[in-house]
Design a protein around this ligand. Structure first.
Ligand code: PRX
Length: 650
């Protein structure tokens, strides 16, 4: 049977929530789900006020929502503290001696922090940050591996009202410098290095290069790999000296509900990444609500989200969402195949992980590595599986369900974005029948639709744009420093609603099928990248005259980066140049943006008005590979048409 036909047949299968799971779930019936949806629809503000009331507030808000499109203010007049919600209130309860963080480093070292210990650490860190001159409102950049200090640093920043901007450790010094400049960060928290596939990632060296010409005055350094680092005693401070010596008591003040909590840079359709800004009360309400409902979180769970804290998934589902619920979170530092392809299954087995949340790219890699690796381990502790970051193809979904979930665990395919702050579309594991490859329905409280360019709803199975009709608590508030771009990007495309940048359709049951981006953003191995940003990196090389970057379907990564490059005259277009350019992109952005393929061309195809014909290039790029399992041919066609109508480019 051809992959495409098999894919369609698999898509038609339906899986009701397993009875045993449903019986014990917080929300375990379809009727219960419909009731909650109805409650939210009838009175959205009362619905969200009830969700926010589950958190600790110093002062209650006087107005739930002030909305003047595109500007939302949630829980207006309310004051709270995210760190107190995630740590102090549990440390003051029976959870004091419950594990908050279970941590495993790539070399195999481990640490466990109870809520009581985490409380002590965040207080000391808050005091250390204050002593280093950070005050409320100053941005702190965090460039750390997945070590407990990463979560501690984020929580300590939240505690003192200093918004953090976490930069993924895989980004280069150049990319870090851009983010430091844009956020005007005063302090960077980093490590001497991080472990990745047995090698050291030189984080401190990158910081040294990046902070030239920025406002950074102090660097706080965690000792992780014992690597030699260059030290500037006036500027650099060891964590184990500064934090460990700080006073263990810090009285937390409450911050305004709309006080900035963090900015996180993500790729858009221009060359410059945008700082997505999230605020306090609304963000935490969304993160806490979705964690509890989608993952059916309970006190005895061991919750493992494999995302790095450098991405929004790591913010909402490694740190804020689960900790706000008093859950036990597992954090792992390294690669999934270090030392062998069964590292994840070994971790699940030893730590008795019960909820596991990862990305389709990882699942496809595990499939490729072979069934024998998970089969070596006892995975019976698992009760729920999640997927995030890119469309999951039905074959990967089925493999995940049977080989990892033992045909026993429901799967939640969760759609959301850096901008939405928390999960927006997902099954509820005890209530929603699932279909492999569909993220199913919007969570109660969210008004999401698939629309045409004019804002009218699409008919069942008609491809259109994914849009959100009403504001929601954890929505981004702005693009830091560029409110106009915020308005134009998200509220300027489809009148009166938030435009997500994704193509989608809803089937006859109203289930969402996400097809992928319709703009110039590509999703490579679950990482969001801008084609323009990679193009800018390429043309910054002295041997390049012009470049165009497109994505092509890839069986493993979802999409692969293909760059079409016109070299300057007199430069020979050969393999050596391709290698040089790939390395150049890695230096400019990071290894994650390195093109899979570089094709040299004398000239790039252009319209009469001089615009590069990307559609043509996408066709050329994908023509070289067989289209595999990742997306059905039909969806590719619809997406291509949507992209054209969106971009008016050729
Ligand atoms: O295209 C969608 C895809 O990832 C984009 C958001 O990327 P980012 O802001 O980096 O956040 C990733 C993690 C939340 C979306 O516009 N995406 C995310 N989840 C899914 C998805 N596509 C299909 N199915 C999903 N479950």
């Amino acid at each position: 049977m051809s992959n495409a036909i098999e894919s369609v047949l698999t898509e038609r299968r339906r899986f009701p929530p397993p009875a045993e799971f449903a019986a014990a779930a917080h929300l375990g019936t379809w009727e219960g789900l419909l009731e909650l949806e109805e409650e939210a629809r009838k009175n959205p503000e009362a619905f969200w006020a009830a969700r926010a009331s589950e958190l600790w507030w110093d002062h209650r808000w006087h107005t739930v929502l002030q909305w003047q499109a595109p500007d939302a203010r949630w829980f207006v007049g309310g004051t709270t503290n995210v760190c107190v919600n995630c740590v102090d209130r549990h440390a003051a309860s029976w959870r004091r001696n419950k594990a908050a963080l279970l941590w495993e480093g790539e070399p195999g070292d481990t640490r466990v922090l109870t809520y009581g210990q985490l409380h002590r650490e965040v207080q000391k860190t808050a005091n250390a940050l204050l002593a280093l001159g950070v005050s409320s409102g100053d941005f702190v950049a965090i460039y750390l591996p997945m070590v407990p200090e990463a979560a501690i640093a984020m929580l300590a920043c939240a505690r003192i009202g200093a918004p953090h901007t976490v930069v993924f450790g895989g980004f280069s010094a150049e990319a870090l410098a851009d983010r430091l400049r844009d956020s005007r960060a005063k302090l960077v928290i980093t490590a001497d290095g991080g472990w990745r596939r047995g090698a050291v990632v030189p984080l401190k060296d990158n910081v040294d290069k990046a902070i030239v010409d920025t406002e950074v005055r102090n660097v706080l350094v965690v000792r992780r790999t014992n690597s030699a680092v260059v030290w500037d005693p006036k500027r650099d401070h060891w964590w184990h000296e500064t934090v460990d010596r700080a006073a263990p008591i810090h009285r937390a003040h409450a911050h305004d509900s709309e006080h900035p909590l963090f900015s996180l840079y993500t790729s858009g359709t221009t060359g410059k990444p945008k700082g997505i800004l999230h605020t306090t009360g609304g963000y935490l309400t969304g993160a806490a609500y979705s964690s509890r409902l989608v993952f059916d979180l309970r006190d005895e769970d061991v919750f493992w989200c494999t995302a790095d804290i450098g991405w929004v998934t790591g913010h909402s589902y490694v740190v804020y969402g689960p900790l706000a619920n008093g859950a036990t979170v597992l954090m792992y530092e390294g690669a999934p195949n270090q030392p062998g392809p069964d590292r994840f299954w070994d971790i699940i087995d030893r730590w008795r992980v019960s909820v596991f949340y990862t990305a389709p790219t990882a699942i496809r890699a595990f499939m490729r590595w072979g069934d024998e690796w998970p089969a070596r381990h006892d995975l019976s502790s698992l009760r729920l599986l999640g997927s995030v970051g890119e469309p999951i193809n039905p074959e990967a979904w089925m493999w995940y369900r049977s080989r990892i979930g033992g045909d026993r665990c429901p799967i939640v395919d969760t759609w959301w974005q850096t901008e939405t702050g928390s999960i927006m579309i997902s099954p509820l594991p005890g209530a929603t029948p699932t279909k492999p490859g569909s993220a199913t329905r919007a969570l109660p409280g969210y008004d999401i639709d698939v629309v045409r360019k004019d804002g009218t709803s699409c008919a069942p199975n008609e491809g259109g744009f994914l849009a959100i009709r009403r504001p929601w608590p954890s929505m981004l508030r702005t693009i830091y420093g560029d409110h106009e771009r915020f308005t134009k990007t998200y509220f300027g495309e489809i009148a009166g609603m938030y435009f997500a940048g994704d193509g989608a359709r809803r089937d006859e049951d109203g289930y969402f099928w996400i097809m992928g981006r319709v703009d110039d953003v590509i999703n490579v191995a679950g990482h969001r990248l801008s084609t323009m940003e990679i193009e800018s990196a390429l043309v910054s090389h002295p041997k390049v005259a012009e470049a165009a970057v497109v994505g092509r379907p890839d069986d493993l990564k979802g999409q692969a980066i293909v760059a079409f490059v016109t070299p300057r005259s007199g430069v020979s277009a050969d393999e050596a140049l391709a290698t040089e350019l790939r390395a150049h992109v890695a230096t400019q952005i990071g290894a994650l943006a390195r093109p899979e393929e570089i094709r040299f061309a004398d000239a790039l195809p252009k319209t009469r008005s001089g615009k590069i014909m990307r559609r043509l290039l996408r066709e050329v790029a994908s023509g070289s590979t067989t289209r595999g399992d990742t997306t059905t041919l039909e969806d590719q066609g619809v997406l291509e048409r949507l992209a054209q109508s969106f971009a008016h480019e050729d």
